[in-house]
Design a protein around this ligand. Structure first.
Ligand SMILES: [Zn+2]
Length: 160
């Protein structure tokens, strides 16, 4: 095997930001790296605490364009920090690094992937963090920024 191109199934789901695992980032405890990442879109510290309570898909929605209405009627919507495009890669790197530093079991599993290429293959047209494999995106080359960050973190942890 020379590459892992889907972060799912019992074997590789842990590479996904949706994987459930405690991660503390900038003093706030999240239940997955998705929440830790999404919450950084706002500069409102108390809103971050609300986002930290959400499931991965809820946090993604809440911090997206349309926000998220919770069952109790609360509406969560973030004002995207103005420098988001400039800082998002670094933030993704930091939350992913925190995930594997803080969860030794996951660190072991990441290191166990050796040198294989990690590609966040997806079907939801994300050609920035991953590489969408749908027929419409087939000709596009995905940036695979999440996969590249995972490989960078793996390399750094290997040399620790
Ligand atoms: Zn697509």
């Amino acid at each position: 095997m020379s590459k892992i191109d889907k972060f799912d199934g019992t074997q590789y789901r842990f590479l996904s930001n949706f994987h459930t695992c405690k991660v503390i980032y900038k003093g706030v405890e999240y239940m997955h790296t998705e929440g830790a990442f999404q919450a950084q879109k706002t500069l409102d510290e108390s809103l971050k605490l609300d986002i930290a309570k959400l499931s991965a898909s809820e946090s993604k929605k809440a911090c997206g364009r349309h926000g998220l209405k919770l069952k109790d009627g609360t509406y969560i919507k973030v004002d995207l920090r103005p420098d988001w495009e400039e800082v998002k890669d670094q933030i993704m790197y930091e939350v992913v690094k925190a995930k594997f530093e803080q969860n030794p079991d996951l660190k072991e599993r990441l290191l166990a992937t050796g040198d294989v290429e990690l590609i966040e293959g997806n079907t939801w047209h994300d050609n920035y963090w991953g590489d969408c494999t749908c027929s419409r995106c087939a000709k596009k080359v995905g940036g695979n920024h999440l996969g590249k960050i995972l490989m960078r973190v793996r390399e750094e942890l290997k040399n620790d």
